[in-house]
Write a protein that binds this ligand. Structure first.
Ligand code: FES
Ligand SMILES: [Fe+2]
Length: 442
């Protein structure tokens, strides 16, 4: 990413302080003031598994409100064009690859190569003057670990590594991936990944108000800070580490036990189950944040956000694995959620078997399905959360404010084009062409 005044270290530290101040003053910053409704565009996004693109049939994927057709080029690699044929705008994805490496539109048979250039009009004269003039928009693609990543921007693509979560490109790591469509705008699963709601929303799983006597989660998770639900309330939230496109968050001064709330004249939680944990475990050095480092080399964090739409959650288990979610806006109301569980690759066969067991019988059912899909999503999915009414953000939302106001302005859309399409307060001030000319002058 380009360096400039607004991304210098000093400015960033001020951003963190300002976000915290704004939070204590009850902020009204809206979800789309500086954040585009269907996503930042000058980025790579995961699009489709390469193996899902067959040899002769095209495949269509909608992302960032664009319909994209995927097919195989003449080397067998996955290529992508807009789904709309430039002749009279029928869908390529309903056509087929009549000739290897090309896509033929189902309507009049104009045929395009992987660069989007029309190379034949099957029922038009072979010398037709229209053929060289027909050009479909091409989207750059890169394949990485079997996933096709798509560059959605108008400006020149950056190397894929700049946008990948750092853990994915670390050769020592392996990953599990789950892809699901969530019926919500992409920003809410991002906000959910950088706010602090778990002590309430997930309180039953966490055990603090659980009805069941047998608390499976708490047994398996004594060492995971996230799963030690002795917390009554958070004293606040602070931005802990920052970079040009990334930040981590931690809760400050968590209050442990039961807290008295004068407005209801009562204590909460009503039944703090933590008393059953042995003090030895509660004092364990392993749980001291200063003794540890997360997989990404920062101090352990509770939540982390990364441009364009990536979150990490569960700092406690950060040395073993990290739970990464990459939200791909499909439309303004639909999000394709890629969940990556990334961690060190086991060295032995037993280690690999154990890790598969851990993922398929514990991590996936408990965290990805139960926590994220059954508890988080159902709160903010379609018709259950309004994006159009004013919001008031407080101390628990420091990360949300930081993302909406400060990280947004460090996005490539802002750096290159002066703003982002689909924001309320910061439309682009430059075209991609003007950006390019500016780059050449430098
Ligand atoms: S619309 Fe595609 S060939 Fe006519
Ligand atoms: Fe959650």
């Amino acid at each position: 990413m380009q360096k400039n005044q607004s991304t210098s270290r000093g400015q960033r530290v001020e951003d963190a302080t300002n976000a915290a101040k704004e939070a204590w003053g009850s902020s009204q910053i809206g979800p789309f003031d500086y954040i585009p409704k269907v996503g930042f565009r000058e980025y790579w996004y995961p699009a489709i598994w390469a193996k899902e693109v067959p040899k002769r049939k095209p495949k269509m994927v909608t992302m960032l409100d664009e319909d994209i057709v995927f097919f195989r080029d003449k080397f067998g690699e996955v290529a992508s064009l807009t789904d709309w044929c430039p002749h009279r705008n029928a869908r390529f994805s309903l056509g087929e690859s009549v000739f290897p490496g090309t896509i033929t539109c189902p309507y009049h048979g104009y045929t395009f190569d992987s660069q989007g250039q029309c190379v034949a009009g099957l029922i038009d004269h072979p010398e037709s003057p229209l053929i060289p003039k027909l050009k479909a928009r091409k989207f750059p693609t890169v394949e990485f670990k079997g996933i096709i990543f798509l560059w959605m921007g108008e400006t020149d693509p950056v190397p894929l590594e700049e946008d990948l979560p750092f853990e994915l490109s670390d050769a020592q790591n392996d990953m599990y991936v789950r892809v699901r469509d969530w019926e919500t705008n992409w920003t809410e699963p991002v906000n959910q990944g950088i706010d602090f709601h778990e002590a309430y929303l997930h309180r039953k799983q966490l055990g603090s108000l659980g009805k069941s006597k047998f608390k499976f989660h708490s047994i398996l998770s004594k060492d995971l800070a996230f799963f030690r639900p002795k917390l009554a309330y958070y004293g606040g939230v602070k931005v802990d580490t920052e970079s040009d496109h990334f930040f981590t968050l931690n809760a400050t001064q968590p209050f442990i036990g039961e807290a008295f709330h004068p407005g209801v004249n009562a204590y909460w939680p009503k039944k703090p189950w933590w008393v059953f944990l042995k003090p030895k475990i509660r004092k364990s050095k392993k749980n001291d944040p200063n003794e540890r480092q997360s997989l990404i080399g920062t101090r352990p964090f509770a939540h982390a956000g990364q441009l364009p739409s990536i979150v990490r959650v569960f700092g406690g288990g950060g040395e073993i694995s990290v739970h990464i979610r990459w939200m791909v806006p499909v439309t303004a109301e639909l999000t394709r959620t890629w969940t990556f569980t990334v961690g060190r690759r086991p060295q032995t066969l037993i280690g690999r078997i154990w890790k598969n067991f851990w993922y398929y019988f514990w991590r996936k059912p408990s965290i990805i399905v139960r926590t994220n899909e059954w508890e988080d999503l159902v709160v903010f999915m379609k018709d259950r959360l309004r994006f159009d009414l004013p919001q008031k953000l407080g101390p628990l939302d420091t990360g949300v404010i930081y993302f909406r106001r400060h990280l947004a302005k460090r996005s490539r859309d802002f750096q290159r084009l002066g703003g982002a399409v689909g924001t309320i307060k910061a439309q682009p001030t430059r075209t991609a062409q003007q950006w390019k000319e500016g780059e050449q002058e430098k």
